[in-house]
Design a protein around this ligand. Structure first.
Ligand SMILES: [Zn+2]
Length: 125
């Protein structure tokens, strides 16, 4: 039984599922649409011909901003609310900060840089 985290926003009947893949010999979770499949040759992933969608988010998409992994709960929220607040870390300023993460058809997700989030803001929802 494959666990589904939510509905795909980019095709009709796709569900986002968790897959364990290996990139550069390291295990990585991939959150991918059930209608998207890749064949891997060396480090190049190619969409298979039976795929009708190409949506996926790599667990480590935010590594550049010092977030090691995007968790399954964050993906669930991202899919149901189209955005999720994520905690990033600035190694220059040596402090954490928060940003909204939104869905992106090409990259899976992208950070909304021009919206400032007050770290002391109450989390009432
Ligand atoms: Zn899809």
């Amino acid at each position: 039984m494959i666990k589904s985290l939510g509905k795909c926003h980019y095709c009709d009947d796709g569900k986002i599922e968790v897959r364990n893949i290996t990139v550069d010999n390291k295990p990585v979770k991939l959150y991918a649409c059930s209608n998207a499949h890749w064949s891997y040759e060396h480090d190049i992933a190619e969409l298979t011909s039976d795929s009708t969608c190409s949506f996926r988010i790599f667990q480590n998409s935010l590594l550049r901003w010092n977030k090691k992994a995007i968790g399954e709960r964050e993906i669930r929220t991202l899919l149901s609310e189209s955005q999720v607040k994520v905690r990033l870390y600035s190694s220059q300023a040596k402090k954490e900060y928060y940003k909204w993460l939104v869905l992106d058809e090409e990259y899976g997700c992208s950070v909304v840089w021009d919206v400032f989030i007050d770290p002391d803001e109450d989390e009432k929802e």
